[in-house]
Design a protein around this ligand. Structure first.
Ligand SMILES: Nc1nc2c(ncn2[C@@H]2O[C@H](COP(=O)(O)OP(=O)(O)OP(=O)(O)O)[C@@H](O)[C@H]2O)c(=O)[nH]1
Length: 390
């Protein structure tokens, strides 16, 4: 499909940047329009692939932001976006909406800008355009503590209510040992970009040019047209190595039982995608709809394999709404399967974030009450004989 992509806040902008990088590396052309919006000037300078004139600084005149970010304050994040809404709207005006099928808004939900300004941006997009608006949201890891969990739990409600579908990525599930946080983020961003671009770039090629089995943008949009929260699974296999690569072996051995071998491989790859680490761990059977895209050289994608993978997911996800198709990439060095599980309702991580958030909120309220009392105790004499000056 063809997308307008908007990153809000630091994590959102980094994800969009990695999507552009992966697109360029693989010759895809998904992101037809790009915009990043941030309240921190230094973070806006970071992207490598987002053009300079597609970066919008918000809140530089706001007393609490002043171009330095909103320091994790979600209320201030929303405030600065509302205050600078005209500027945001002007940046949207450049988007030739007839060129895109949908709009994707990416944000980290644990901070202040993505989680606070993101929903304001989405409101505006929904007002201005009829095209679907999808959210791509990063859930903070438990290790980040109570405040990010509280921001995320609140912002998740706003995002999910406002977007047509919310694709989630759970930092907790993707955290690796032995890495710094920044190294970890780099890897996670790359993994997420591969998944989202492989999924959504299917159908970007003009339908008349491709095989009848090819995935269509409307199939992806139909699968996403569920509201709710979604998760993505992915698996790939290299098909070319030095010398006689896997591709050659695949091709050479095919004559006799090509159909059976290819079909089994395709089904195996799709199984691996579903059983892999999902962007948001969830119960597969709780999905409302599902979609499978096989991306790679068309001669390796067996129609029988796609159909049997589709039937397998139908059983796993316990839904009749499973679409499957291919995304022919003749020069790709890999064969990849990406599975979208749309509107999953059983995902323990979201419940955990909510409970961490409730604890944090209770603690914040408690601390505020205690603090007021303590300040009062400190500045008044024991018998309360003294009065303030004015
Ligand atoms: N996966 C991933 N998550 C990130 C990355 N950077 C930040 N996060 C997550 O996103 C949340 C929000 O962080 P930022 O995006 O830096 O915050 P912001 O939205 O710019 O808001 P402020 O910094 O408060 O102005 C964090 O709590 C992390 O959970 C990243 O590069 N990758």
């Amino acid at each position: 499909m063809k997308l307008a992509t908007i990153g809000v806040g630091n994590a959102g902008s980094k994800i969009i940047d990695r999507m552009l990088e992966f697109e360029e590396e693989t010759g895809r052309n998904l992101c037809r329009h790009v915009l990043v919006i941030n309240s921190a000037r230094t973070d806006l300078a970071k992207p490598d692939y987002v053009p300079e004139d597609r970066r919008v600084l918000i809140g530089d005149t706001h007393q609490k932001a002043k171009g330095h970010g909103v320091g994790g304050d979600v209320e201030v994040g929303a405030e600065v976006a509302k205050h600078d809404i005209d500027e945001i709207r002007r940046a949207f005006d450049d988007v030739e909406i007839h060129e895109v099928d949908a709009i994707l808004v990416a944000a980290g939900l644990g901070g202040g800008t993505g989680s606070g300004a993101g929903p304001v941006v989405i409101d505006e997009l929904q007002k201005m355009y009829d095209e679907p608006v999808y959210g791509l949201g990063i859930l903070p890891g438990e290790y980040e503590g109570g405040r990010p969990a509280l921001n995320a739990a609140r912002s998740l409600q706003s995002f999910v209510r406002k977007v047509d579908n919310f694709i989630a990525f759970d930092n907790d599930a993707w955290r690796a040992r032995g890495q710094t946080i920044e190294e970890g983020y780099e890897q996670m961003n790359r993994e997420l970009a591969i998944r989202i671009v492989t999924l959504l770039a299917a159908g970007e090629i003009d339908e008349s040019e491709v095989a009848e089995n090819a995935m269509d943008s409307s199939d992806i949009m139909r699968t996403l047209d569920t509201d709710g929260v979604s998760s993505i699974g992915y698996a790939s296999t290299a098909i070319r190595e030095e010398g006689e690569g896997l591709l050659d072996r695949f091709r050479n051995g095919e004559e006799l039982e090509a159909g059976a071998t290819d079909a089994a491989k395709i089904k195996g790859l799709v199984r691996r995608a579903v059983n892999s680490r999902l962007t948001l761990p969830c119960e597969v059977s709780s999905a409302d709809r599902a979609l499978v895209v096989l991306s790679g050289p068309p001669e390796l994608i067996s129609r029988k394999g796609i159909e049997s993978a589709r039937q397998w997911i139908e059983q796993e996800a316990d839904t009749v709404e499973v679409m499957a198709g291919d995304d022919p990439r003749p020069n790709s060095p890999e064969l990849a399967a990406v599975v979208l599980l749309s509107n999953v309702t059983e995902t323990p991580r979201i419940k955990d974030i909510q409970s961490q958030a409730v604890d944090a909120q209770d603690k914040i309220e408690e601390l505020e009450a205690v603090r007021e009392e303590e300040i009062n105790d400190l500045i008044t004499d024991d018998d309360d004989k003294l009065d303030p000056v004015v």
